[in-house]
Write a new protein. Sequence first.
Length: 445
Amino acid sequence: MSGLAKYLLENGCEVSGSDVCDSKYVQKVKGLGAKVSIGHSKDNVPDNAIVIASTAIRDTNPEIIRAKELGLPIYHRSDLLAEISREGKFFLGYSGTHGKTTTSGLCSYVLEKAGLKPSYVVGGIIPELDTNAHCQNGKFFAAELDESDGTIVKYVPNICVVNNLEADHLDFYKDGLKSILETFEKFISKMPDNGVVLVNNDCSASKNLHSHKTLSFGLADGADYVAKNIRYNEDYTTFDIYFKGEFLTDLKIILKGVHNVYNSLSVLASLHQAGVDLELIKPHFATFTGMGRRFQKVGEFDGISLYDDYAHHPTEIKAALSSAKSFKDKNIIAVFQPHRYSRLKNLWNEFLSAFDGVHKVVVTDIYAASEDPIEGINAEKFTSELSAKLSIPCVHLSGDMKEVAQQLFPTLKRGDIVIGLGAGTINKLGTELNKLSEEVVNIAP
C-alpha cells in the first residue's frame, strides 16, 4: 500500500490514508506529502476521495462504512496496481509462492543501476535505493504480483516469472494447490500472444504451467535457462548461465543460499527475454545485498549477531536457515512468530519440519493478521510438539516483542546468531535487543 501511495504522490496526486500504527513506511509517504492518520476512523475519509483498500481491510472498517455512506468509489489495491501497469510501459511481473519480493526488487535494482530509469512497485524496501516504489520515464515497469487473494488474474504483464508454486494462503485457496494452479492458468491465459512466462522447471507444480508462452529456468538439464558450475564462496556465489544449451553469460551474486541462485537466474532470464543488454545489467547483480527483511542483518553486540527475515511459510523458513549455514561454529537461534492461525493450522506438520540445522528454537505468540483465533491452534501446543520432534531446546516466549526480547536477552552469549522469522511484528525483535544491549552498556561501571 505504501508503494502505491508513493507512486501516486510522484504523479502529483493528493493522497491520504491511515494505518493501525506508525512505521517507517508511514513516515516515508508522509515525507512525500501524504496525510496519514494513525488509527481507523470515519473522520479520515475525505468527501471526494477514491478509496483504495487492501485485503486486510474488512467491510466492518469504519472508513469503508463511511466511504459507502458517501457513495465513494472503492477499489482493491490490485485494481490500482493493474491500472498503473496499463500506462504503456513494458510490464515485467514477478510471482509465485516464494521469492517474488526479492526478484521484483532485484529486477528494479539492476535496471535502476544500469541507468534505464525503470518504474516499479515492489513489496519491500530495496536497501540501496531506500524505497519500494518509483515512477520514472524509462521503458520498463516492474512489479511484484501477489497471488495470496486471487487478484493476480487482474494483471497482464509482457513477461512474468513464476518462481515456484506451493500450498499457501489456504484460507483463500480452499482446494489448496489445485486452486492455486487454476488461478495461475487463468492468469497466464490472459497474457498477450507474444508474452513470455518463465517457470521454475525444478518445481513440480510450476513446471506444469504449460502454454505456447512458456519458457523454463532451473539448475537441472532440461530447462531453457540453466545455472551450471555453481560455486558457493563465503562472501559470494558465481555460476554460468546456459540458454537452450548454449553458454549465455556468467553471473556473480553476494546473496546467500541456493534459492537466491534461482532468484538471480530468473531475473536475468526475464531481462534477456525483454531484450536488455546483459553486459549493461550484469555487474549490478554483484552489488545487490537483498531486500529489506530478507536475511537482513539488523544488529550486533558483544559478539552476538541479529538477523531478520520475512519468512512465514515452512519453505521460506528452510531457505532462510540454509543461508545461516555459512556461519561456521556459531550457535543458531531461530525466533519464530507464527503468522495467521489458519496458516499454522494448515501447514502444522510442515512447520514442525522446518527448523533443521539450528541449535535452539524460540516460538512467540501467533500474529493474527486480522484473523480470529482457531481453537486448538496456539504457540504453546506448537512448541510442545516441536520440542518432542527435535533434540534441541524449544521454548515459548509470550508477550509483545519488547517482552520477548527481555526474556531472550539474558540467555544470549558470544557467538550466537539470532534470526527472527515471520511476517508480523517479529521485525521489532532486533531493535528491542539492541536497546537492551545499550542499556547494559550505560549502567556498566
